[in-house]
Design a protein around this ligand. Structure first.
Ligand SMILES: NC(=O)c1ccc[n+]([C@@H]2O[C@H](COP(=O)([O-])OP(=O)(O)OC[C@H]3O[C@@H](n4cnc5c(N)ncnc54)[C@H](OP(=O)(O)O)[C@@H]3O)[C@@H](O)[C@H]2O)c1
Length: 322
């Protein structure tokens, strides 16, 4: 089958290790299903894999991709949940220390077919398009859990999202505004600030700018470049939900500010299959269309990864198969 895979890894030039070509079809396994993919989407995770972060070199070649939607062996239209727990794990799979995401131990979704535990299949409503369905399992699920399980906010509260253009950030703005939260964003880029407002953000600020008032919660995925601003922007007792650090670990954690103003720092990773099912329902019923930066055939995956590496994105890059 045709697939996009990591053939080698480089911290400085990750895309040099990308290959698009033939890879073995998934092997049938008891309790697993093979999905013929109709669309997939890129995540920063794919670049990290090509850099050697989270993917040991002895697992290469590895088919990339965490996001996908397609048709299972019985003809059902499905969205693929990417979190694979270890054998025998019970309960919240995101708490399993030995869980993996597709493309870490098992082949990923940037391919014509993918094998996943049958439990990981979530029904795709007919009215949800393939392209939009493929956007949901990773950055959208992450944003959903950050906002609705971990931020501790209710409608009317103000939530700041750092870095307007990323997949998690655009999802958070669309989901939060649909749920009645007052969404504020920061971005280094004026055009991205304007687009975030079109998407539902109430206000958009230059990265690092002083806000008109402190916020109830901050969603943080940028890391070093924005951490200090996140800490200063929170109300006493406010919550920062952290799900990534694209620009690296902050050099100052601001511990004094954290205890003195009683901030809550909450880590958040992906979401459960049940949360993905609720997200799919919410997006479909509210007619929320995930913002898509570009749609490319699988063979053009390099173009999408180059845009992501350059930070030149607004929303998701979707890949189509066939
Ligand atoms: N924990 C999880 O389960 C999970 C799931 C999904 C993603 N993540 C992580 O979340 C992060 C975001 O991923 P993503 O795919 O949404 O998008 P992304 O491509 O990593 O971009 C996110 C945004 O970060 C901002 N940014 C990047 N470098 C910056 C810098 N040096 N200074 C200021 N802003 C900077 C940019 O905003 P502007 O250009 O608008 O300023 C960009 O739009 C990644 O680190 C990813 O690994 C974690």
């Amino acid at each position: 089958m045709l697939a996009a895979y990591a053939a080698s890894q480089s911290a400085d030039d990750p895309i040099s290790g990308l290959q698009v070509g033939e890879q073995p079809d998934p092997e049938p396994r008891a309790g697993w299903s093979v999905v013929t993919l109709r669309a997939a989407a890129l995540n920063h995770h794919d670049l990290f894999s090509l850099q050697g972060v989270g993917l040991p070199a002895d697992r290469l070649p590895m088919v990339l991709g965490c996001d996908g939607a397609g048709v299972d062996e019985d003809g059902n239209e499905v969205v693929v949940h990417s979190v694979v727990p270890s054998e025998g794990w019970m309960g919240d799979e995101t708490l399993d220390p030995r869980r993996t995401l597709l493309s870490e131990r098992y082949a990923g979704t940037l391919a014509e077919r993918v094998a996943v535990p049958s439990r990981n299949l979530v029904p795709k409503p007919a009215e949800l398009s393939w392209q939009h369905a493929a956007c949901l399992p990773t950055s959208w699920l992450t944003a959903y859990k950050m906002l609705f399980s971990n931020a501790g906010v209710s409608p009317g509260a103000t939530v700041l999202v750092q870095g307007a253009g990323g997949g998690v950030a655009t999802a958070a703005v669309q989901l939060g505004s649909a749920a009645g939260l007052r969404m504020w964003v920061t971005s280094r880029d004026e055009a991205k600030r304007a687009r975030a407002v079109e998407l539902g953000a109430e206000q958009a600020f230059e990265s690092g700018a002083r806000l008109p008032e402190r916020v109830d919660a901050v969603l943080e995925t940028v890391g070093a470049a924005t951490w200090s601003h996140s800490m200063k922007s929170l109300k006493p007792g406010g919550t920062v939900v952290v799900a990534g650090a694209t620009s690296g670990d902050p050099s100052r954690m601001e511990i004094n500010r954290i205890f003195f103003t009683q901030l809550r720092v909450v880590g958040s990773t992906m979401g459960t299959r049940d949360e993905l099912e609720r997200l799919v329902r919410f997006v479909t019923e509210r007619k929320i269309e995930p913002v898509v930066d570009s749609v490319l055939p699988l063979g053009d995956v390099r173009t999408g990864l180059e845009k992501m590496a350059a930070g030149d994105l607004f929303g998701k890059v979707v890949l189509t198969m066939g």
